[in-house]
Structures are given as structure tokens and as C-alpha cells.
Design a protein around this ligand. Structure first.
Ligand SMILES: Cc1cc2nc3c(=O)[nH]c(=O)nc-3n(C[C@H](O)[C@H](O)[C@H](O)COP(=O)(O)OP(=O)(O)OC[C@H]3O[C@@H](n4cnc5c(N)ncnc54)[C@H](O)[C@@H]3O)c2cc1C
Ligand SMILES: *[C@@H]1O[C@H](CO)[C@@H](O)[C@H](O)[C@H]1NC(C)=O
Ligand SMILES: *[C@@H]1O[C@H](CO)[C@@H](O)[C@H](O)[C@H]1NC(C)=O
Ligand SMILES: *[C@@H]1O[C@H](CO)[C@@H](O)[C@H](O)[C@H]1NC(C)=O
Length: 597
């Protein structure tokens, strides 16, 4: 109880005392560039553009400064429950998320300086070489793996024990590290997968297929967000103006379809206009960049006319949304205390060790310690192209004794009691299979013309007619069962938790239909929503921006964030967002210098 109290105190402390500019001075003046949103991609753009003293930039961000406790990796799940999260849910989908509160899956997003990188899990996974070669093959020159690798490296300041050096940068602003703390169970998993045929790899290096400890965006054991890496070094440049708590509602466009500024709403609910002489850059993320475009009349003709929004440019904004679905119900018990010790993590000495040394159990990002990559038989991808990631957590939903995790994932009390409650007094860890290349996809639409209304978010998971998505996930569950039968696991008395998911008791346990039922009850998003403003050539009927991220048919307007990712990805999205920021900053600067010649 005392620990719970200590933790809550810590969580409620808002120890960041930087000045928040609430004054109205942002409403005046004209800038070369206006950047909307300071997330993983937008922060990089802001930093790189203002490194030229002659370029003026206004950054408008809907959120405020990050809280102090967002620095603590182990408390990543707690960040969702703060004002730093937009707090959205996906719209209800029939026969899906049945074990979650109101059958609604939380879809968190960062609403804070630094965006989602302030509330995310810090897992740094770039994806597969083939992913980017697919971007280029889709008519996007400049985005092949060989061409984007330099931008991954440019950002990165890697300090990793085992890495393929030629694939990593060591002079960048973004720290990528081994997590300083490792449980014994992490070693078990990495060795256990190796016993069963997986090679140890640097999954961000030469070859992704294998098993590995995680690489995390951390600096000295603390979170390294976009705010820390890219905004802080630029914050006081005289050519950069940062305005927080400003929500952009519209891009201002003239009759030639040229963007010349934006309209925003301040914390007093007053509307203002600001002007850009060169470009407006939307980096509001995969939910809000499409929202702002549609509010500005750029989007699907029929949808906009339904809402009485005058059409400026007919484009398939928001029509496709990819995400990575995970199953959180594969849990195993062991006989020995080799997992995260929750009471230890809550002990004052842990906090001390973290604050003073940047070490200890609090540096564990949500408890995730290792990854393995796997190709199912559900699809015929090439040998080195995984369609599944196994995410190993040295614990599971029970780890924090119902403090945050249950609410973060939105699991109902009934399901928690049935599946996880008992585990609080045992040693249990989990492996979540994550589906990289779903054949089904969701979408984003406007709920109304009101810019303050949350957008409508549709996941539409597991809905492909061939049922590939489900078959792949079940294949992945079988693979985890195979690997965990290895002798190393047996020696530790490893056993899969066989409590049936409430609602699936009628189906024979461990049959394929049982796992389908379980997945439909307790799925989780990995928060990797992408592709709502897809990059592609004009000839691509799904494309919203071109290969320089300029909105098709409109001038002086770019979208620079994860919404432009054109295809499904074999990685997580934060690393990619930083890369997109780096590459597009160069594209913008090229245009800038050419125009001045
Ligand atoms: C809970 C969670 C966990 C995750 N874990 C991982 C992980 O471990 N590894 C990983 O690689 N990825 C992870 N991700 C995904 C990754 O963090 C995101 O894909 C990435 O940060 C997105 O970057 P972005 O630049 O596209 O947008 P964001 O970082 O979301 O930034 C958008 C910014 O725009 C602002 N904004 C939005 N609308 C407006 C408006 N109208 N006016 C002004 N400002 C606005 C927002 O407040 C926000 O700051 C996670 C995401 C979440 C939410
Ligand atoms: C909001 O209104 C109050 C009172 O009129 C004013 O003092 C404050 O500066 C305003 N804030 C903004 C952001 O305009
Ligand atoms: C900025 O402009 C000044 C005056 O035109 C020029 O001397 C200087 O070199 C410019 N700086 C950069 C970084 O281009
Ligand atoms: C397998 O590959 C062929 C040819 O590349 C393709 O047409 C087919 O759709 C693929 N099958 C699956 C299940 O992906």
C-alpha cells in the first residue's frame, strides 16, 4: 500500500517547471514555415530547419510540456492515463475486443511536446530492408532501403553492446541503447529461442530474422523522446517560436490552392490565424494530419460533401489505416523468481537507483526485454521477411497488481479477475505475437465539422476475406508453444497458463477456434497506426502526398509523419517517424536553397 502511495505521488507530481507560453503573442507575425505538431517526425523537422539561422519556424502544438514521470520507462503505461494522451478509442467493431471495457479498444496518442514519443514504449525497431524497397517500388523515388538508411543513422546515437556497426549512427541526437536492466527470464528467452533454431541478430542491422534483446530510445536509462532529442537543443533559437496548447483547425488555402497559413484555437477557445510565406507542414500524426486536411477541404469528395465542407481537393485522405495487432493472452508460469519483481520495482531504493544512476528495474520499458522474428506459413513472403514479431515481456498484465496495466489495455474487471488476478502471487511472463502485414485495414473519418471533435477511428481488424490475419496469428501461437517446449524452459518448470478466456470456455481449449475466440476477446493494438495520408505518385489512386511529401494538387503544403507510410511495416513506427523527419527536412531545405539561388 505504501508503495502504491509512493508511486501515485510520483505520478501526480508535475515537476517540469519550464515556462509554458500561454500568451497570445503567437497570433502575430509571419514565418517562413509553420509546423503543426511536435511528434517524432515534426520535432526533427523543426530542429533541422531552424539550424539555419535565416529560416524562421513557428511550431504549434496541441499539448504542453512532458511530465517528469514520463522519463521513467517502467511507468510508460501510466502515461496513457494522463493529459498527455488524446484519450481516444477505436469505434466499436462487431465480434472484436469483447473482453475490453465497452468492447472499445484504447487508441492512445501523445498530446504533448514530443508527441507519441513521450508516452510510447521506447522500443526501437526500424523494420525490414524489403519494407523500404517496397516504398520505392510503389513509385516513391528516394525511399529505398539504401536511400533511407543514412537518415536512420543520421538521427542515431547508438550505444549497443552487440550491433552491426555499419547500420548504426553514433553521432546523432537520438540515443538508442541497451536497456540497463535485464531479468533472468530475458536470458532464458533469448537462449531458449536460440536452442530452437533462431540466430542472435541485431534486428536493426544486417538481418532481422532471429532473436535479440531490445534496443530502446533511452538516454542513461531514461526516456529519450523527440522532445528531449530534437526540441530541447533548438528550443531557444531566436528563429524558432514554440506555441503550446494551440490546436490547429484548418490550413488556409487561397483560390490557387496554395497554403499560406493556418487557423488555430487557443486554450481560451479563441480562433487565430498565422501566416507562412513558404510552407505549412502537417506533422500532427496519423489521426490528426488527415483530420486537419479534411477540415480544410482536402479529402474524399463524398465524405466532405456529407459534412458540408467545401471541396478544395478530392483525395483519399484517411481511407486506409494499417496497424499492428497483438494478442496479450499467451502467458507462462515458471517456478523460480526470474521475472520482474514488482515490490522491488516500487521500493524507494529502486527510485533512488533510477534517479541517481539511471539503472535498475525502473529502466525496463513496460517490462519488454526481447524480440524474435518469424515468418508464418499463412503467407509466402521471402525467407528474410517476417510477418510476425514475438514480443517478450518479463511479466504480463498482472505485473503491476492492477495499478495501471489493466486500464491501459482497457481489459474488463471480469477478464482481469479470471485470467490475471491469480498470477499476482506467481512468477509469470508473456510473449505477445504481433501481426506485421495485415491484409485488413481500417480508416479515419471526420465525426463532424467541429475541429474539436475527435475523429472517427476504425480498426476493422481481422476482416480480410481469406482470413490470413487470423491464420497468421494462430500459426504464431503454435510457434510460441513449440519454442517454449524446449529443454531450457522445461528445466525451469515453464507452463502455459491454461485458464480459458471468459467467453471462450465452451470451445475446446487450445483448438484453433479457441485461439480465434481468445484473440477476439483480448487483442491489443501496438499503436502503430499508419498510412492515412499515403505517399505515392499521382497515378496511385490511394496516394495523398508525393515522394517529396507534398499534398497532391495543392501547393506549399506537406505532410510529414507516420501517416505517409505507404505499406505495412515489419517494424515499429517511432524509428521510422524519426527517419521520415530527417529525410523530409533535407527535401525541404533542398527546395529552400534552390529557391534562393
Ligand atoms: C502508447 C504508445 C506506445 C507506443 N510504443 C511504441 C514503441 O515502443 N516503439 C515504436 O517504435 N513506436 C511506438 N509507438 C508508436 C510511435 O510512438 C508513433 O508511431 C510515433 O511517435 C508517431 O510519430 P508522428 O510524428 O507520426 O506523430 P506523433 O508523435 O503522434 O505527433 C503528433 C503531434 O501532433 C500534435 N497534434 C495533433 N493534432 C494537432 C493539432 N490539431 N494542432 C496542433 N498539434 C496537433 C499532437 O499533440 C502530437 O504532439 C507507440 C505509440 C503509442 C501511442
Ligand atoms: C485567455 O483569457 C485570459 C483572460 O481574458 C487572458 O488573460 C489570457 O492571456 C488568455 N489566454 C490566451 C492563450 O489567449
Ligand atoms: C544568413 O543570411 C546572412 C545575410 O544574408 C548571410 O550572411 C548568412 O550566411 C546566412 N546564413 C546561412 C546559414 O545561410
Ligand atoms: C504467393 O505468391 C504469389 C506470387 O507472388 C501470389 O500471387 C499469391 O497471392 C501469394 N499467396 C499468398 C497467400 O500470399
Amino acid at each position: 500500500m505504501i508503495f502504491k502511495y509512493l508511486l501515485l505521488m510520483l505520478v501526480s507530481s508535475v515537476a517540469y517547471c519550464r515556462d509554458v507560453d500561454e500568451s497570445d503573442s503567437c497570433a502575430f507575425g509571419t514565418y517562413d514555415y509553420i509546423v503543426v505538431g511536435s511528434g517524432s517526425a515534426g520535432s526533427v523537422v523543426v530542429n533541422r530547419l531552424t539550424s539555419d539561422e535565416n529560416i524562421t519556424v513557428l511550431l504549434l502544438e496541441a499539448g504542453g510540456y512532458p511530465t517528469f514521470h514520463s522519463e521513467i520507462p517502467f511507468l510508460a503505461a501510466a502515461q496513457h492515463l494522463t493529459e498527455q494522451n488524446w484519450g481516444y478509442h477505436m469505434e466499436r467493431q462487431p465480434n472484436f475486443a469483447l473482453g475490453l471495457n465497452n468492447e472499445l479498444m484504447p487508441w492512445p496518442r501523445g498530446k504533448v511536446l514530443g508527441g507519441s514519443s513521450v508516452i510510447n514504449s521506447m522500443l526501437y525497431v526500424r523494420g525490414n530492408k524489403e519494407d523500404y524497397d517496397r516504398w520505392a517500388a510503389g513509385g516513391n523515388p528516394g525511399w529505398s532501403y539504401d536511400e533511407v538508411l543514412p537518415y536512420f543513422k543520421k538521427s542515431e546515437y547508438a550505444s549497443l553492446k552487440r550491433m552491426d556497426s555499419e547500420y548504426h549512427g553514433i553521432h546523432g541526437l537520438l540515443n538508442v541503447q541497451d536497456v540497463p536492466y535485464r531479468t533472468k527470464s530475458a536470458k532464458l528467452i533469448v537462449n531458449g529461442f536460440q536452442d530452437m533454431g533462431y540466430r542472435y541478430v541485431d534486428y536493426n542491422g544486417k538481418d532481422q530474422m532471429g532473436v535479440s534483446y531490445v534496443q530502446a530510445t533511452q538516454r542513461d536509462g531514461r526516456r529519450c523522446s523527440a522532445e528531449k532529442a530534437f526540441i530541447r537543443p533548438a528550443e531557444f533559437r531566436p528563429n524558432l517560436k514554440i506555441c503550446l496548447h494551440r490546436r490547429v483547425s484548418k490550413v488556409l488555402l487561397n483560390e490557387n490552392k496554395e497554403a499560406y497559413g493556418v487557423q488555430y484555437i487557443d486554450s481560451n477557445n479563441t480562433e487565430h490565424k498565422v501566416y507562412a510565406t513558404r510552407e505549412v507542414i502537417l506533422s500532427a500524426g496519423t489521426f490528426h494530419s488527415p483530420q486537419i486536411l479534411m477540415l480544410s477541404g482536402i479529402g474524399p469528395k463524398d465524405h466532405l460533401s456529407d459534412l458540408n465542407i467545401p471541396l478544395v481537393q478530392n483525395l483519399p485522405v484517411g481511407e486506409k489505416l494499417f496497424d499492428h495487432l497483438a494478442f496479450i493472452g499467451l502467458v507462462f508460469t515458471v517456478e523460480k523468481p526470474i521475472i520482474i519483481d514488482f515490490s522491488q520495482s516500487m521500493a524507494p531504493t529502486s527510485l533512488f537507483n533510477f534517479l541517481v544512476n539511471g539503472r535498475g528495474v525502473l529502466t525496463l520499458p513496460l517490462g519488454v526485454e526481447a524480440f524474435a522474428y518469424y515468418k508464418t506459413s499463412a503467407a509466402n513472403y521471402s525467407e528474410n521477411y517476417p510477418d510476425i514479431e514475438f514480443m517478450f515481456t518479463s511479466g504480463s498484465l498482472h505485473t503491476d497488481h492492477n495499478l495501471f496495466f489493466k486500464n491501459t489495455f482497457g481489459v474488463t474487471a471480469t477478464v482481469y479477475e479470471a485470467l490475471w488476478k491469480d498470477l499476482e502471487s506467481k512468477y509469470a511472463w508473456s510473449i505477445s505475437p504481433i501481426l506485421f502485414h495485415p491484409k485488413s485495414h481500417g480508416s479515419v473519418k471526420l465525426r463532424s465539422k467541429d475541429p474539436l471533435d475527435p475523429p472517427l477511428l476504425y480498426g476493422n481488424y481481422l476482416s480480410d476475406p481469406e482470413n490470413y490475419d487470423l491464420r497468421a496469428l494462430i500459426d504464431a501461437i503454435r510457434e510460441v508453444q513449440r519454442v517454449t517446449k524446449g529443454s531450457r524452459f522445461e528445466k525451469l518448470g515453464t507452463e502455459q497458463v491454461r485458464t480459458p478466456v471468459p467467453g471462450c470456455e465452451q470451445i475446446p481449449y487450445d483448438s484453433d477456434p479457441y485461439w480465434e475466440c481468445a484473440i477476439r476477446h483480448i487483442p491489443s493494438t501496438m499503436n502503430h497506426q499508419t498510412s492515412t495520408c499515403k505517399m505515392g505518385p499521382k497515378s496511385d489512386t490511394e496516394a495523398v502526398v508525393d515522394h517529396k511529401l507534398r499534398v497532391h494538387g495543392v501547393k506549399n503544403l506537406r505532410v510529414i509523419d507516420t501517416s505517409i507510410i505507404p505499406v505495412t511495416l515489419s517494424g515499429h513506427t517511432n524509428a521510422v517517424a524519426f527517419m521520415i523527419g530527417e529525410k523530409s527536412a533535407d527535401l525541404i531545405l533542398d527546395d529552400y536553397y534552390i529557391s534562393r539561388q
